[in-house]
Design a protein around this ligand. Structure first.
Ligand code: SIN
Length: 190
């Protein structure tokens, strides 16, 4: 599948008659909220693990030197906490462009902190997209992130802002925190 998913996403859902829909964010959508929303609530989706396995050629890296950003990979028994936003469907005209480097919108059930549920959408970059990088040891991922930057800024800023946001959400994400520790450790030691 081509890395640019804009057209693919536009043909995926018919929003006719839909006034508002939940969007689940687990990466930059937690902390970079540059879109209008009607309501936001911390939420969890089950069976998915957050991983820095997606290449970023357009935001946090370049085509020659891609950075790494998060996607979700299926993992039974694992919970992924993030932030859900209730948005008007026209917000996806913007978000499909922002998330165009390999992410497709999927339907997902989500659970809010009070135990209630809703169905919504989540952007996932699956392993068949051209920008997918896949598994690597966390210190190697940290080294790639430390050395990458793109039009949206340094890749390390993405990682550090995400780690801070996850702590604020009281979300446990050993993968993100392990990479953060490598990056903070290397910046302390110079
Ligand atoms: C998300 O945040 O939900 C998708 C991945 C990203 O934009 O970082």
């Amino acid at each position: 599948m081509a890395a640019n998913t804009i057209e693919h996403n536009r043909s995926r859902f018919n929003f006719e008659g839909v006034e508002a829909i939940w969007l689940f964010g687990y990466g930059s959508l937690i902390y970079k909220v540059d879109f209008p929303f009607l309501e936001k609530r911390p939420a969890t989706i089950h069976g998915w693990a957050r991983r820095f396995w997606q290449g970023s050629h357009d935001h946090r890296g370049t085509p020659e030197a891609p950075g790494r950003v998060v996607t979700l990979v299926e993992q039974p028994g694992v919970a992924c906490k993030g932030m859900a936003y209730r948005v008007s469907p026209n917000v996806f005209e913007y978000l499909d462009v922002r998330e165009k480097n390999g992410y497709l919108r999927f339907r997902t059930p989500m659970t809010f902190e009070d135990g209630s549920h809703a169905e919504g959408l989540v952007y996932i970059a699956t392993e068949d997209n051209e920008a997918f990088l896949g598994h690597a040891p966390e210190p190697d991922i940290a080294a790639q992130i430390a050395g990458s930057a793109g039009p949206s800024g340094p890749n390390s800023e993405y990682l550090l802002r995400l780690a801070d946001s996850l702590r604020q959400l009281d979300a446990d994400c050993p993968h993100t925190f392990a990479i953060e520790a490598c990056i903070r450790g290397s910046s302390v030691s110079g």
